[in-house]
Design a protein around this ligand. Structure first.
Ligand code: HEC
Length: 95
């Protein structure tokens, strides 16, 4: 009798290994969520280049939804993204 063989997709093996896959977003909790939400219309690179204070990131997220046609984020998802952005792309983050 054959035993079940689990084959992991290659993408799962490679995920998170290569920073280039995230448009230059630095590693950190919430990076994948941020990438998925922000790479749809413009490159995540556009996001990775910014250095903003938390309240400005907050406003930027609203601006994306209200003026740029981004789907509203679930509260949990929004918090994750805002935490990620204000931690890893803050005014104090070196370029
Ligand atoms: C539905 C499409 C869409 C999605 C999704 C989206 N954006 Fe944007 N974003 C735009 C457009 C369009 C512009 C250009 C607006 C302009 O400059 O008039 C833009 C511009 C920007 C800019 C540049 C602002 C500047 O000063 O030039 C930032 C930063 C940004 N987006 C952040 C984000 C982040 C963070 C996310 C994910 C949470 C995101 N965007 C998701 C459409 C989108």
């Amino acid at each position: 009798m054959l035993s079940a063989v689990v084959i992991l997709p290659l993408s799962a093996v490679l995920a998170g290994e290569d920073e280039e896959d995230y448009g230059g977003l630095p590693p950190g909790a919430g990076r994948e969520t941020t990438f998925d939400a922000c790479n749809a219309c413009h490159s995540a690179m556009l996001v990775a280049q910014q250095r903003l204070a938390r309240d400005i990131w907050d406003e930027t997220l609203d601006w994306m939804v209200e003026e740029q046609g981004m789907d509203a984020l679930e509260p949990e998802e929004r918090k994750q993204i805002l935490d990620y952005l204000s931690t890893h792309l803050s005014r104090d983050t070196p370029r």
